[in-house]
Write a protein that binds this ligand. Structure first.
Ligand SMILES: Cc1cc2nc3c(=O)[nH]c(=O)nc-3n(C[C@H](O)[C@H](O)[C@H](O)COP(=O)(O)O)c2cc1C
Length: 336
């Protein structure tokens, strides 16, 4: 498993594993030639899960579970602290199984990050009889404010050693979300969440949905490369066939915005977010925040990339005449 998490990072850093198309380019925010506001007075702050963030942004959960991940998560955590935004870690399955790799996750506790998100996969919940206990341990490991249960059946289907039994997931999510010490959200990992899936999740105690939609990192692509590395030509081809599978992130947000608002759920847009302009589009479409993974993992300097996010979000707000995030939620956005 250590190897798998390490290979994911290496593949994302060295190969092009993006979807063929980024759907955020299908949307434009309406330009305001007379914004009548002072850019210096724009407030990008927002509250998410009761925590105050300086921007509606999260570094999406990516890694942990092997030696080099200590450095990666520490670098991300430093920047999350400096910019006052949220941060998730990758699946904590490895850290729960083998305490010697716990530091690769818990290193983020050294930093004052306003919102920390623990991470466990739905397929693992099915394996564990004491799933709620394990989830609480994952929360404790990083002092998390929220637990994300990830759904990744596209990845599992391509992964040569994948877990393909999805029976009983909703029941487990309901059990865990009803009994753990912190609020729970459900997140996809690049294939998106439909309104039908979201409606099923309304019967649980989750407080938010991260749609994790298509358009950014493709886990079918990542697993196609891993299959190729093992000489498994059939799984490699399967990965290529499903490379672009999934519901595009902006469409997930449009579909789920009203449902989540009515149900009081926080809605997060992850999948293909490259900069602050994409974040602004996500908010205008109805998300409460956006998250990005590959954009940070693949940048030479996480801090410089974060500065680009901050400046481009502020520029988008200025050019649409929005003084704060509430106004950005009402900004006019067109589909091309
Ligand atoms: C190297 C890497 C590892 C990831 N591992 C996890 C994980 O363990 N748990 C999880 O919920 N999501 C994981 N993700 C998925 C991301 O959180 C995110 O949903 C996905 O990459 C789409 O965002 P992006 O297009 O900005 O990369 C991982 C992403 C990357 C790039």
């Amino acid at each position: 498993m250590k190897d798998r998490k390490k290979e994911h990072v290496e593949i994302v850093r060295s190969k092009d594993v993006s979807h063929s198309y980024n759907y955020w380019d299908d949307f434009i925010l309406l330009h305001n030639a007379l914004p009548e506001i002072n850019m210096d007075e724009i407030d990008m702050g927002t509250k998410l899960f009761g925590k105050q963030l300086n921007m509606p942004l999260i570094i999406a959960g990516m890694t942990g579970g092997f030696e080099e991940a200590i450095k990666i998560n520490e670098e991300l955590a430093k920047v999350a602290e400096k910019y006052g935004i949220g941060m998730g870690v990758g699946s904590q399955r490895a850290g729960l199984k083998d305490r010697s790799v716990e530091e690769s996750y818990s290193v983020i506790k050294k930093y004052k990050i306003p919102l920390k998100i623990a991470n466990i996969g739905a397929p693992q919940l099915l394996e564990w009889e004491d799933a709620a206990e394990k989830a609480n341990e994952a929360i404790k490991m990083i002092n998390a404010d929220v637990l994300a249960i990830h759904l990744n059946f596209l990845q599992e289907v391509i992964q040569p050693e994948g877990e393909r039994n999805a029976k009983g997931c909703i029941k487990k999510i309901a059990e865990v979300s009803a009994s753990i010490t912190k609020p729970t959200i459900v997140k996809e990992t690049g294939a998106g969440i439909s309104i039908e899936t979201a409606e099923k999740l309304l019967d649980t105690d989750i407080v938010g949905i991260d749609v994790g939609g298509a358009g950014g990192t493709s886990f079918a692509a990542v697993e196609a490369y891993r299959a190729a590395m093992r000489g498994d030509k059939i799984q490699e081809e399967l990965g290529k066939i499903f490379w672009d599978w999934g519901i595009p992130t902006p469409y997930c947000i449009m579909e789920l915005a009203e449902l989540c608002n009515d149900a009081g759920l926080t809605l997060i847009a992850t999948g293909g977010i490259r900069h602050g302009l994409d974040v602004a589009k996500a908010i205008a479409l109805g998300a409460h925040a956006a998250a990005a993974a590959a954009a940070f993992l693949n940048s030479e300097s996480v801090e410089e990339k974060m500065e680009v996010f901050a400046r481009s979000l502020k520029a988008a707000m200025f050019l649409t005449g929005c003084k704060n995030i509430e106004e950005l939620r009402e900004a006019e956005i067109w589909t091309l």
